[in-house]
Ligand binder design. Structure first.
Ligand code: SF4
Length: 299
């Protein structure tokens, strides 16, 4: 990624959308200091409440929820042990830790929490596993919750219940949530503001309702057109071509090889996010001239 910059406010959910390989998950990992060994942070700053964020600080807390709880949870540990491990790191031990773990399981909507404390991941349903993963992330009392495709591995009714849970936690705890998904419909359901990523850059950002109703970047328009709608009577239209491989980015506007509106100077266009409305930015140098429409509605 380069030039990726965004802010998320307390009590707000910021959605990062885009195709696989856009850099959404790596962005989250860079924020919380969990970059894979093959990558490194060349430069950049993460500020939490205006102060530089240090992943090992006990005062500055972020939590992370991963995509697939089946693999992110330790199969050899009971739910209670995993939650208490997080509490222990933050100085909560013994009977107090057990009470806190039960309270966390209750807060995330697990029935019979005392029994579930003793369950291994394979004894839980997919939705229960993701609720345990969320309880683990909450154990550190985070100010910011990073969610990396937390509903992608779940079926639709369970997905909706997890979205409702995250929404409730955001409001009740005043959590700042960064929610990554390739699914614009899911992002539209939960986020107040969104950033649309492509090839390691944010191409458009702004209030979710505005961006999804009136996109200011051709890539956002194409992503919206790709959403299937069984009631619309017309097939979804995908985006031509494939996203570029990391490190083999096209020059200028990185979307230009796939953009139906591309002009010769797009391949040399500098990357600048330009204001395109109140609290909105687009990286398309032709956003004023193009008449872009949202051809699919998001919830
Ligand atoms: S800058 Fe050019 S290629 Fe890039 S999105 Fe805009 S019109 Fe398309």
């Amino acid at each position: 990624m380069d030039g990726v910059s965004f802010e998320v406010r307390g009590g707000e959910c910021f959605g990062l959308a885009g195709e696989s390989g856009a850099g959404k998950s790596l962005t989250l990992r860079a924020v919380i200091g969990l970059l894979p060994p093959s990558t490194s942070l060349a430069r950049g700053t993460v500020l939490l409440r205006g102060e530089p964020y240090h992943a090992r600080s006990r005062a500055q807390r972020m939590g992370m929820v991963f995509q697939e709880p089946k693999t992110s949870l330790n199969p050899l540990m009971r739910a209670g042990e995993m939650i208490r491990e997080g509490l222990r790191v933050h100085g909560v031990r013994g009977a107090h830790a057990k009470r806190s773990a039960i309270a966390l399981l209750q807060e995330v909507g697990i029935e019979d929490p005392e029994l579930r404390l003793r369950s291994f991941p394979h004894q839980l349903s997919g939705g229960q596993r993701q609720r345990v993963a969320i309880a683990m992330a909450l154990a550190a009392e985070p100010a910011v919750l990073l969610c990396d495709e937390p509903t992608t591995a779940l079926d639709v009714p369970v997905q909706e219940r997890i979205l409702q849970l995250l929404d409730r936690l955001r409001i009740e705890r005043g959590l700042a949530i960064v929610f990554v998904s390739h699914d614009l419909a899911v992002i539209g359901r939960i986020a107040q503001r969104i950033g649309v990523m492509y090839a390691g850059r944010i191409l458009e950002c702004g209030p979710a309702t505005e961006v999804l109703a009136r996109p200011c970047h051709p890539y956002t328009e194409r992503l919206l057109a790709s959403l299937p709608r069984i009631d619309a009577g017309m097939p979804a239209r995908g985006i031509l071509g494939e996203p570029p491989s990391p490190g083999r980015w096209p020059s200028g506007c990185r979307f230009h090889p796939r953009c139906a509106h591309a002009k010769p100077d797009c391949s040399q266009a500098p990357y600048v996010l330009m204001d395109c409305g109140p609290d909105r930015q687009s990286a398309c140098i032709y956003w004023r001239e193009l008449e872009l429409t949202a051809q699919r509605e998001c919830a």
